[in-house]
Each structure stands twice: as structure tokens, then as C-alpha cells.
Design a binder for this molecule. Structure first.
Ligand code: HEM
Length: 394
């Protein structure tokens, strides 16, 4: 069966514009005045040039104490020190220990969905609870508190911290989101008194080159880890399911050979990167393809565009399960800030798809081929996926 040539692009206009930019204008200006890098080689080089291009969610002029800087905005060499501690704690903790929890959760959700007669929204009813609960489990929250974490995370995403470093309630993370902060501080305090076999204990106790995280650094990065893994992983799983239920050849290939699910995950990250644009502030003068960028200029790294670069990928708009180097994409970014949660995201996506294919015999899609993208400028994922499911008979 040939599963190599399926084009799922729902908005050819965007893909044509990006192809045109890559071919004729690799550095352009967006309508809001930011520079836009379209080619893979330029985006990859820029992710590595952290002295010139610095990430920040803050509005210009908002300065926060070092300990309250989120990992993505910490300048080198401090970023490298904090990253080493986080990487080491993640490696030591072994992400696969949440696999059983993730599988159980997927099945609980499917039990409910498969008992329903009418339409369900796969994004809302199946996908959304997965990243949120899995990361709460990983970070050691009590199960009865998972919903609180989800609520606090939504409050942060919708609020004005960190952009203004405050909201109507107060300043800094502790002032703007006091319940969330108090909860995380208590988790840290408990582990200091009674260490556990869990991720927070590892994060607290990891020492690299004589450096440990302070309590405030630990709290700041835990909150950030929780939030960064939520919406991104949701879009990865939603994109994968969208592709599967809209492309019978892909669905059949994955059912016949579940090992191909790993290739499907990488191809989804390439074809539909959940983070399709990364924003940076220019910190020092630089020139890219003859265009001069100055300090305070905004620069957008076109991840979606880079992942469709014809210099690197044959037929880049096709979703193929047989790409030679499936992990060769910028879906998790690049350079020193490359995503530390990649292994967790891959695990969640694999388990969610495996269980979906195992439990669901047939999936009727209400609006085949309609990709209703979330209205978030940096994100790529369907807002809804309305289907009716038929269970496998056991
Ligand atoms: C499919 C899911 C995910 C995608 C597509 C994704 C994508 C990315 C990208 C593109 C970056 C680079 C950001 C930049 O350079 O400014 C990044 C960084 C980051 N991601 Fe992920 N991510 C995902 C899942 C996760 C998960 C599950 C976690 C947490 C467990 C996580 C935590 C982080 C953190 C903390 C950073 C900042 C790292 C640093 O600045 O050193 N991500 N992610």
C-alpha cells in the first residue's frame, strides 16, 4: 500500500505564501513589523544564536528578578546551568514511568466516549485532558487536585502574568497567582522534609557543577514546565488524530503496523508543528540575507515554513510515513532552548494514538477534511474534531 503521498494541507494559501517567501524573500516583515525568517537553515542558525535572538514573553521594559525568569528567557551562561539541572532531573526520573498512567487515562476517557451514541469532539473530550493530567501526575500533584492545576494553568495562560509580570491581584508569579504558587511551594516544602521517589524531589536534589536550583527557581520552572507541556502536546495529539481519521490509507497503515506510529508522530511534528512560530527580541545588530536587524526588533522564526522547506524535504506538503530521517524537523525548536519535554510529548502522543486505534473500530468524521485551526497566532492545531465512534467488539 502506498501511504506516502497524502496531502492534508487545509489552507493552501498559507503554504503558498510560505513557499513564495522561502524562494524569493527569506527575510520579510510581518504586518505587525516583526522580521520573519522563512528558510530552515536560517531558522536553525537563529535558534543557536542566543546572544543575538532572545526569547521573552515580557512586554518591553518589564524586568524581573533572576530567580523569577522563565527558562526560555534566561541569558547564557545561567540558562545552561539551569537547563543542566532540569535535563538531569528529567533523565534520572525516566519519563516512561508515566506510561501506565497515560494508558489508563486514555482508556477511561475512551470508555466514556465509546458508551455515547451521538457526536463527540475528539479534541475536547479525548485529547485535552491527557497532557494536563499526565504532567500533573509527573510533577507529583495529588490526583484530587488535578482539576485545580488545570484551572490555574488556564488562568496563567489567559492572564497578564508573565507579559506585564502582574495582574489585578498582584505582582510576580506569587502575587498574580497566589493559590498556584502556594500549592507548588508546599509540594517543594514537603519533599524537602520527606524526599519521595518523584520528579520534584529529583529537581530539588540535583546538583550540577556545584549548582542547585533555589526554591524560587524551582517553583518558577515547575510552573513553566506545567504550562509549556499543555497546549503544545494537545495540538500534537489533535493533529495526529485529525490526520488519521481523515486519511484512511494512513489509518490502515498504522493499524497494520503500529511501529509506524512513531514515524507518524515525527511527521506530524514536521508537517503540523504545534508551535508554528517562535518569537524573539533582537539583542544586538545583525544582518540576515542583507537585511539589518537592530536591538529591540521583533523576530519571528517560521517553524512551519522551515519544516516545509523544499531544500530539505522531498514533496514537503505530503504527509509521509517513510521519510528517511523522521526526527529531522524543528517541531521542538533547536539550539540550547530545544524542548526538554520532547520525550514526554512523544510518549503521550504514542499512547493516545495506540489506545484510540485499539479501542475504536470505526470513526465517522462529521466534516471530512475541514481543518478548523485554533485562533492562536503561534499555534497549529484543530480547535474541534467532531466524530462518531464505533467500538471494537471484544
Ligand atoms: C508536542 C509538544 C511540544 C512541542 C511542539 C513543544 C515545542 C517546544 C519548542 C518549539 C520549544 C523551543 C522554544 C524556544 O526556543 O523559544 C520548546 C521549549 C520548551 N518546552 Fe516544549 N514542546 C512540547 C512539549 C513540552 C512538554 C510536554 C514540556 C514539559 C514537560 C515542555 C517544556 C518546554 C520548556 C520548559 C521549554 C523551554 C526550554 C528552554 O528555554 O531551555 N514542552 N518546546
Amino acid at each position: 500500500m502506498d501511504v506516502s503521498g497524502i496531502d492534508q494541507l487545509a489552507e493552501p494559501a498559507e503554504s503558498e505564501v510560505l513557499a513564495h517567501l522561502r524562494a524569493t524573500c527569506p527575510v520579510s516583515r510581518t504586518p505587525s513589523g516583526a522580521w520573519f525568517l522563512a528558510r530552515n537553515a536560517d531558522v536553525l542558525a537563529a535558534t543557536k544564536d542566543v546572544h543575538t535572538f532572545r526569547a521573552s514573553f515580557r512586554e518591553p521594559g518589564v524586568v524581573v528578578p533572576d530567580e523569577e525568569q522563565l527558562i526560555n528567557e534566561i541569558p547564557e551562561p545561567r540558562h545552561g546551568e539551569v537547563r543542566k539541572v532540569i535535563n538531569s532531573a528529567i533523565a534520572a526520573h525516566k519519563i516512561t514511568r508515566v506510561e501506565g498512567f497515560c494508558r489508563e487515562l486514555s482508556n477511561e476517557l475512551l470508555n466514556d466516549l465509546l458508551s455515547r451514541d451521538g457526536a463527540i469532539d475528539l479534541v475536547h473530550d479525548y485529547v485535552m485532558p491527557i497532557p494536563n493530567n499526565v504532567i500533573a501526575e509527573l510533577l507529583g500533584a495529588k490526583r484530587e487536585d488535578f482539576n485545580k492545576w488545570a484551572t490555574w494553568s488556564d488562568e496563567v495562560v489567559q492572564g497578564t502574568w508573565p507579559t506585564q509580570n502582574r495582574n489585578e491581584r498582584g505582582e510576580g508569579l506569587a502575587g498574580a497567582h497566589p493559590e498556584f504558587t502556594a500549592y507548588v511551594d508546599e509540594l517543594i516544602r514537603e519533599r524537602k522534609v520527606t524526599p519521595k521517589d518523584d520528579f520534584i524531589t529529583r529537581l530539588i536534589n540535583t546538583e550540577i557543577d556545584g549548582r542547585r536550583l533555589t526554591d524560587i527557581e524551582t517553583r518558577t520552572q515547575l510552573v513553566f514546565l506545567f504550562i509549556s507541556g499543555n497546549e503544545t502536546t494537545r495540538h500534537l495529539i489533535s493533529n495526529l488524530l485529525w490526520t488519521i481519521v481523515n486519511n484512511p490509507d494512513i489509518e490502515r497503515a498504522l493499524r497494520d503496523n503500529p511501529d509506524l506510529i512513531n514515524n507518524a508522530i515525527e511527521e506530524s511534528l514536521r508537517h503540523d508543528p504545534p508551535v508554528k512560530v517562535l518569537m524573539r527580541n533582537c539583542e544586538q545588530e545583525t544582518t540576515v540575507h542583507g537585511e539589518s536587524m537592530c536591538p529591540r526588533d521583533k523576530v519571528a522564526f517560521g517553524i512551519l515554513s522551515a519544516n516545509r522547506d523544499e531544500e530539505l524535504y522531498e514533496n514537503p506538503h505530503e504527509f509521509r510515513l517513510d521519510r528517511p530521517n523522521p526526527r529531522n524537523h524543528l517541531g521542538f525548536g533547536g539550539g540550547p532552548h530545544v524542548c526538554p519535554g520532547a520525550a514526554l510529548a512523544r510518549l503521550e502522543a504514542r499512547v493516545a494514538v495506540e489506545e484510540f486505534l485499539r479501542r475504536v473500530e470505526h470513526c465517522e468524521v462529521f466534516e471530512p477534511g475541514v481543518y478548523d485551526e485554533v485562533p492562536v497566532f503561534w499555534a497549529r492545531g484543530p480547535a474541534h474534531l467532531k466524530v462518531r465512534l464505533t467500538p471494537h467488539k471484544v
